[in-house]
Structure formats: structure tokens, C-alpha cells
Write a protein that binds this ligand. Structure first.
Ligand code: SF4
Length: 254
């Protein structure tokens, strides 16, 4: 039995919100084809959350068998077992699995079991996380190939997550990881400076994505001039700072 996986791990269950295949819209894998496992539940409540339906546990998980969601959505009763998830994704061609949410680390043991079953078959795991649940990370980190860690600013969450982010980055020190910060009109330079201090402890070469918030209703993206100024500021403390809007929103694909 692999470490971190409970006996009968294939029988573990989790509440998922969505299972589908599409292109990755953010981060280092942008543009690549991914299988998305969107887990239910989150320990934070960000002001700009674009997946509000995944914040609470869903009774049903929606599943689309065609890449890009170009088929009838099917509704599947939660919770799903590891074996059921493996069966559902077996028809997809992608080998990268994006663990997203909500906050996927609320289901760390399930993720460890999924990793133990699927990595031997060539699947690779991208963990898209809010970067606060560092103890849960230790339970599944050996199965994660790349971590996309959101750094949550106080202006977005209403709370200071800096200590949790610092611990999270220490736990993930020897893993491939990049950091993403969503920037909106309420972002303040003081909270960016604090974020940079913590991220830079991992090393100046840690890649940082500045993601202008996606326009939606009343919400507007910050002007590109402001993003360029912010990028220049961040380059004073990190060597690789990129501006990247959400590609799937630009392409109007799910
Ligand atoms: S961490 Fe992600 S899923 Fe949770 S509230 Fe924030 S944006 Fe939404």
C-alpha cells in the first residue's frame, strides 16, 4: 500500500461539482488540454469568486463527455467514489488532471487515492489551490506534479492569509509551483508588497502570474497600464512576473 493512501482507497468518496475536459485557461499549463475535477466546498469566501456554485457541497455532479462542454450535461449523484471518477474520465484524451474547486484540498485523502491509482497510468496532477490548507497538502503532496497556488489578498477575502500562505510554501518547497494573484480595483500596493516578501522566501525565480480580474457585470478589469506598473513593481522582488488574463474567458469556452 502506498503511503498516504488508506486501505480500500478506491472506495473513498468525495463531493464534486463538475467533471469535464477543456483547455486550461490559467498559469503555466495555459492552452493545454486538461481534465477538470471541480470539488465542492471551500474554506474561504473571496469577493471575486467565479465558481460560487462550488462553495457548498452539491447533491449532484455535472459531467460532460465532450471536450469544451459541447454535449448534453449529465447529472450524477454525489458523493462519487475514486473508482467512479476513474470510469467517468476514462474516455478523455488528456493526461493532465486539474484538481480545482472550490478548494480541492478539503478532499486530500481522496486526491491521494486518485493519484495512487492514476499516476501509474501516465496521468499528471495539477493542484489549483487557495494555498491555505498546508496540513491537508502533506496528505497528498507526493501525488501532485504541479501546484498552482493562489495568494489571497486581504482585500479579496477580508482576512489575513499570509501566515497560512507562508506555511503552505514551506511545505511545497521541493515541488514545482507557481503563484497567482488576482488583481482588481481594490488591490492595494501594501498587500502586494507583503505577498511578494512571502513568495520571495521561496526564491526569486518563483513564477508569479498577475491575473487581472475577468470582467463580469459591474466588475471591470484593471487598465493594462496599471497592470504594467504593478508588474514592474513586482519585478523588483521576483524575476519571472507575467500578466495573464483568463484565456478560457477570452475564448468564451468553459
Ligand atoms: S478560494 Fe477560490 S473557490 Fe474559494 S471562495 Fe476564493 S475564489 Fe472561490
Amino acid at each position: 500500500m502506498k503511503p498516504g493512501v488508506k486501505s480500500g482507497g478506491g472506495l473513498l468518496r468525495a463531493n464534486l461539482n463538475e467533471i469535464m475536459e477543456s483547455i486550461q485557461g490559467e498559469g503555466l499549463l495555459v492552452g493545454s488540454r486538461n481534465i477538470f475535477l471541480r470539488f465542492s466546498g471551500c474554506n474561504l469566501r473571496c469577493s471575486y469568486c467565479d465558481t460560487p456554485s462550488s462553495l457548498d457541497r452539491a447533491d449532484l455532479c455535472r459531467f460532460n463527455p465532450v471536450c469544451g462542454g459541447y454535449s448534453e450535461w449529465q447529472q450524477i449523484a454525489n458523493p462519487l467514489s475514486v473508482n467512479e471518477v476513474m470510469q467517468l474520465i476514462s474516455g478523455f484524451g488528456s493526461r493532465w488532471i486539474s484538481l480545482t474547486g472550490g478548494e480541492p484540498l478539503l478532499w486530500a485523502d481522496f486526491i491521494a487515492s486518485l493519484g495512487a491509482h492514476l499516476r501509474p497510468h501516465g496521468y499528471r496532477f495539477l493542484l489549483e489551490t487557495n494555498g491555505t490548507l498546508y496540513e491537508e497538502l502533506t496528505r497528498c503532496i507526493e501525488y501532485i506534479d504541479l501546484i498552482s497556488m493562489d495568494y489571497k489578498l486581504p482585500s479579496a477575502t477580508g482576512e489575513d492569509c499570509s501566515r497560512a500562505h507562508d506555511e503552505f510554501l514551506k511545505q511545497a518547497q521541493d515541488r514545482a509551483l507557481y503563484v497567482k494573484i488576482v488583481v482588481d480595483s481594490s488591490t492595494e500596493i501594501g498587500e502586494i508588497r507583503r505577498a511578494l516578501e512571502i513568495v520571495a522566501r521561496r526564491g526569486r525565480d518563483t513564477t508569479l502570474f498577475l491575473q487581472p480580474i475577468s470582467p463580469c457585470g459591474e466588475i471591470k478589469s484593471p487598465p493594462i497600464r496599471a497592470m504594467l506598473d504593478l508588474q514592474r513593481y513586482c519585478l523588483g522582488m521576483l524575476d519571472d512576473v507575467r500578466i495573464l488574463p483568463q484565456l478560457h474567458r477570452l475564448l468564451q469556452i468553459i
